[in-house]
Ligand binder design. Structure first.
Ligand code: NAD
Length: 495
């Protein structure tokens, strides 16, 4: 099959000289330096972006602060919800354009960009839109003694925290950007977004659509650049909260920096080394399609996806042979070709990192299936299954964030739980079983923020998401995000 036709609108957008998006328009950066964005399937430059310095960042934050005070804080909750819904409509109307922008710089299969990234972006925007009219305080009855018949009442109100900095990774730039934008806007905050330096375009385009949706200028600003640009944002005194999604080392650095910057609030959604436990009763043929999809979607570059399969000894050989056979059938190819089933890794540094782990596995004779980078152009690697030497093996411990999975046998439940929890991370986990009684006993013992039964990697806005241990601080979605984006003000009245 041939590649999809790149839309005229996409060609025009990538050909533009992009600056930052501030006060509703493209604003040239102060510095002349540019960052090149590459197509990971062809290694060709797709477009370039600007590098935000301190002045650029201050301009964006100041403008976002003005928009908070003068526009968004005076917009009724109903209006905020309407505008977020309107933005969702526009994302839907421009779905193919956004999907192509995403695929061109992330290497995400075009159908995953369409049916997961963009489709979920719409769903999340509508979910957050619904919250705008439902964020309320409480009333209380104080017990203060009343000597002369005076009475007391009290209530709380939730107020938007102000300007939020949203720092976004490269794997699902649009959708993860919208997790932050939706949370900020529905609570009445404004936001300055710093997309990843590898995949910046879709959020720049979304910011334009927000203006078309009637969201006032400055409510969503975008500054582009690398980590330095992000640091300027965190240091800005007008930024009241940092919402970060990315790697553990960056998250820890950001957390410290935010605390040092007058205790700026911070929520951190970080990495994982997630476990999928296939129990003795699991029917391998039945679970195989879902397990494969959950593991290898977007070439395994999904924070929530499993990288460690724990398989009951009685099912180990069957699982290994069936998963190996299935991944060898995945057609590796251009992400713009609708018949491809597996695309490239998203960028060169990440490709080098994953290749490093594959080389170690090759040297130590640990490869069960796959294990190689493809010759030729593009950052392609094979979907890979590995053996590990034990729980101290770096391949057991470190997040590869790629299509690389350890397969580890276990005998007893106790052994399973000990190995699953032997990790500094605690983002997600899954149990594959129809033994409900066993699953309900194991769930409380697993150290992870999200646990799935007979599924993995599925996120839904109604269900809180976030990690324990080094996988993060805070929760997104459901009503959990409200705490992070609002301040509670207490009011007590004597009468
Ligand atoms: P990263 O930490 O390298 O970068 C993330 C973002 O932070 C980018 O925009 C980057 O420019 C910026 N940044 C880098 N250094 C910074 C600094 N010192 N100060 C401020 N900003 C800085 O992560 P990545 O490689 O883009 O993404 C992959 C990682 O993200 C993986 O570890 C993955 O597990 C994690 N991730 C987690 C979730 C989640 O929800 N828990 C979701 C997606 C990805």
């Amino acid at each position: 099959m041939s590649e999809v036709q790149i839309l005229e609108s996409v060609q025009q957008f990538i050909a533009r000289q992009h600056g930052h998006f501030i006060d509703g328009e493209n604003v040239a950066a102060e510095a002349v330096e540019r960052i090149e964005l590459y197509n990971p399937a062809t290694e060709q430059v797709v477009s370039t972006i600007a590098v935000g310095n301190q002045n650029d960042v201050e301009k964006a934050v100041k403008n976002s602060h003005d928009a908070f005070l003068n526009a968004w804080a005076n917009t009724s909750p109903y209006e905020r919800g309407l505008k977020l819904n309107k933005l969702a409509d526009l994302v839907e109307a421009h779905a193919e354009e956004l999907a192509q922008l995403e695929t061109l710089t992330t290497g995400k299969l075009i159908n995953i960009s369409r049916h997961l990234e963009v489709a979920q972006t719409v769903i999340f925007l509508r979910y957050f839109a619904g919250w705008a009219t439902k964020i309320n305080g409480q009333t209380m009855q104080p017990s203060i003694p009343s000597a002369n018949g005076e009475k007391y009442t009290a209530y709380t109100m939730r107020q938007p925290i102000g300007v939020v900095a949203g720092i976004v990774p490269w794997n699902f730039s649009l959708m993860i950007g919208v997790w932050k934008i939706g949370s900020a806007l529905t609570t009445g905050c404004t936001i300055v977004v710093k997309p990843s330096e590898f995949t910046t375009l879709s959020l720049l385009r979304l910011a334009e659509l927000a203006i078309e949706a009637g969201i006032p200028k400055g409510v969503i600003n975008v500054v582009t650049g690398k980590g330095d640009t992000g640091q300027h944002l965190i240091n800005s005194p007008l930024v009241k909260k940092v919402s970060f999604t990315g790697s553990v080392p960056t998250g820890i650095a950001i957390g410290k920096q935010a605390m040092a910057s007058d205790l700026t609030r911070v929520s951190l959604e970080l990495g994982g080394k997630n476990a999928a436990a296939i129990l003795a009763d699991a029917n391998i043929d039945e679970i195989l399609p879902t397990l494969l999809q959950a593991t290898f979607v977007h070439q395994g570059q999904v924070c929530a996806a499993p990288e460690r399969f724990f398989v009951h000894q009685s099912k180990y050989d069957e699982l290994v042979s069936k998963v190996s056979a299935a991944v060898q059938q995945l057609k590796i190819g251009s992400p713009l070709d609708e018949s491809s089933m597996f695309g490239p890794l998203s960028n060169k540094p990440h490709f080098e990192k994953v290749k490093h782990y594959l080389d170690i596995a090759q040297q130590n004779n640990q490869v069960i299936t796959g294990g190689k980078a493809l010759e030729g152009t593009g950052y392609f690697v094979e979907p890979t299954l590995l053996k590990v030497s034990g729980v101290d093996d770096p391949l057991f411990i470190e997040e590869t964030f790629g299509p690389v999975v350890d397969v580890i046998p276990f005998e007893t439940d106790q052994e399973l739980i000990e190995m699953m929890n032997h990790s500094r991370f605690g983002l997600t986990a899954s149990l594959w079983t129809n033994d409900l009684s066993k699953a309900l006993r194991l769930i409380p013992q697993i150290e992870a923020g999200s646990i799935w039964i007979n599924m993995h990697t599925f996120l839904d806005p109604a269900v809180p998401f976030g990690g324990v241990k080094a996988s993060g601080v805070g929760r997104e979605f459901s009503d959990a995000f409200i705490e992070d984006y609002t301040e509670v003000k207490s009011v007590m009245i004597r009468y």
